[in-house]
Design a protein around this ligand. Structure first.
Ligand SMILES: [Fe+2]
Ligand SMILES: [Fe+2]
Length: 193
């Protein structure tokens, strides 16, 4: 597996994403993927850096077009082919592309939406999420007001599809948020493994 350094991933991220919402999300997915990699015996630094740029075409091409333009954004940045392919597959329910296959691809798809929930749960707390719990995060999924805006069914669908237990996926997301609660809240992404 070729490398992508965290500082280089940060440069690419900041060249394409500017809203606090997307920066917080990108960072939360990166740190959740690092936690997953540690549990799964994978390269945490690499998973973290690659995941930081998983939504990098979102502001230029939102919603339905999101993911379809990752190649045109990432190729000129010199990002490795496997990273472009793997990241593109997280949009497989929106455009015709091979569904996630590798462990990295399946974990990314399982944890991506849950990271939105973990960050939303953290933002409801006075400590920015320093002591956020899995139970609290999963409880938010059951909150009718949250569900009306977010559609929690997508989280259950994603987690179920890749056959990871919901609590395990939530634990990756929550551990990431807890470790970097204030950095995520303030959009400080200076993480280096
Ligand atoms: Fe995405
Ligand atoms: Fe995402």
């Amino acid at each position: 597996m070729a490398a992508l350094s965290y500082p280089r991933a940060q440069e690419i991220l900041h060249a394409h994403l500017h809203t606090k919402k997307m920066l917080r999300h990108s960072f939360s997915v990166a740190v959740a993927m690092a936690e997953a990699a540690k549990d799964l015996g994978e390269d945490a630094a690499l998973w973290e850096a690659v995941s930081l740029i998983h939504d990098v075409d979102f502001e230029e091409y939102p919603e339905a077009e999101h993911c379809q333009h990752l190649r045109e954004v990432l190729e000129p940045e010199g990002v490795d082919e496997w990273m472009i392919v793997s990241l593109g597959r997280h949009g497989y329910d929106r455009y015709p592309v091979t569904p996630p296959e590798t462990l990295y691809e399946r974990v990314l798809c399982a944890v991506d939406r849950l990271c939105w929930v973990a960050v939303a749960a953290a933002r409801r707390r006075e400590d920015a999420g320093e002591a956020l719990t899995v139970a609290e995060t999963l409880a938010l999924l059951q909150d009718p007001e949250f569900d009306a805006k977010f559609d929690s069914a997508h989280v259950y669908r994603d987690v179920g599809r890749y056959e990871f237990p919901l609590e395990q996926v939530a634990d990756w997301a929550v551990r990431g948020v807890r470790r970097y609660a204030h950095e995520i809240a303030e959009c400080r992404l200076e993480r280096k493994v």
